[in-house]
Design a protein around this ligand. Structure first.
Ligand code: ZN
Length: 348
């Protein structure tokens, strides 16, 4: 208590001291001096108020201390004398019950949350790739720096997959308990489950690991767009060599796929303006055009993008600032290219 009191009083004392120093002369010649009485009055009131506040605080602090003391006492009472009854040496491995199942689910979700949180930052790789391309790094074949970044991007995806494996292994155990299976030897079971999932991932080919990953596609596209502003990017299989395990049938959709970024709204057939992207199928449109198209906001409409058979509501389309940035960058590149060719013509 004395510590709290002195620390609370200190600022008041210091203020009083400085006031006294400033006011030395006026205080010695009081009342008759108008300046002094004017100054003195509010200062006095102020001091009274401060003291009142101080008292209030003091009371609050005492209350707090009492509650804290009670809590501490309660904690002390809560002794772990139950432990004595458990014979640890002969305590058999208990199967998990429903309560543990819920906990497993919770930990599994923690992994997912962590994965999502970290995964959100993949755009750094895309933006760095784009910036490097802007400063002259042309492609993976010619640039060791881009290859290095590519390895980092893949590692980033691998880490996400590993975190997903933890989540899945825990979730599998949760499912087993829910189904009524007996899950004992939890640690071994978790480790085995995790290893099986990680082994399966490790056995995948480069194409299987990354070519379908949307982030990886955008990463590649961000480099491609800089040097080929008016050409859609070829499928990623062009960039990733076939490995044993990549049978031709399996990545048919990759051959057709790839990211085609032409930045034209399929409705207005003009460059995207305030682009929005459908959460359902990832197709993008100019905001005004899709608003006209999905006239009734309660109804789902067939996606107007060529070859897309998905349907969505207007509320499924969200503003796509990343795409807006790309559209802008592409316009800038096209203009720069046009200016270059104009300049050449003038020289000729
Ligand atoms: Zn679509």
């Amino acid at each position: 208590m004395p510590v709290a009191t002195s620390s609370r009083r200190k600022p008041t004392l210091r203020r009083q001291n400085s006031e006294e120093i400033e006011d030395t002369r006026p205080t010695q010649a009081p009342a008759s001096n108008e300046d002094v009485s004017d100054e003195d009055q509010p200062r006095h009131n102020g001091r009274v108020k401060r003291e009142k506040k101080g008292k209030g605080k003091q009371r609050a602090e005492t209350d707090d201390e009492e509650t804290a003391g009670l809590a501490a006492a309660a904690a002390d009472d809560d002794d772990e004398d139950d432990d004595d009854r458990i014979d640890v040496a002969n305590f058999p491995n208990q199967p998990f019950g429903k309560l543990e199942a819920v906990k497993l689910k919770g930990i599994s979700e923690d992994w997912d949350n962590m994965r999502n949180l970290i995964g959100q930052h993949w755009e750094i790789y895309r933006d760095v790739a784009s910036a490097m391309a802007e400063t002259g790094e042309r492609d993976f074949e010619s640039s060791e720096s881009l290859r290095e970044l590519d390895r980092d991007m893949k590692e980033f995806i691998d880490v996400g997959a590993e975190m997903g494996a933890h989540s899945q292994a825990l979730n599998d155990m949760h499912q087993q308990i829910i189904r009524g299976e007996i899950v004992a030897n939890a640690q071994a079971r978790y480790e085995d489950g995790l290893k099986a999932i990680l082994d399966q991932y490790a056995g995948k080919t480069t194409r299987q690991k990354y070519a379908r990953d949307e982030r990886y596609q955008h990463f590649h596209a961000s480099i491609w767009e800089v040097h080929h502003p008016e050409q859609p990017m070829p499928p990623l299989t062009e960039f990733i060599d076939k490995e044993t395990g990549d049978d031709s049938g399996e990545d048919d959709d990759l051959e057709i796929g790839g990211v085609t970024q032409n930045f034209v709204c399929p409705l207005s057939l003009t460059p995207l303006l305030n682009p929005v992207t459908s959460k359902v199928c990832k197709h993008s449109f100019s905001a005004d055009a899709i608003k006209d198209y999905c006239r009734d906001p309660r109804k789902a409409y067939k996606c107007p993008a060529a070859g897309c058979n998905k349907s969505f509501k207007l509320s499924d389309c969200v503003a796509d600032t990343a795409l807006a940035k790309k559209v802008k960058a592409q316009r800038r590149r096209i203009e720069a290219a046009a200016a270059d060719s104009d300049a050449e013509e003038v020289v000729d």
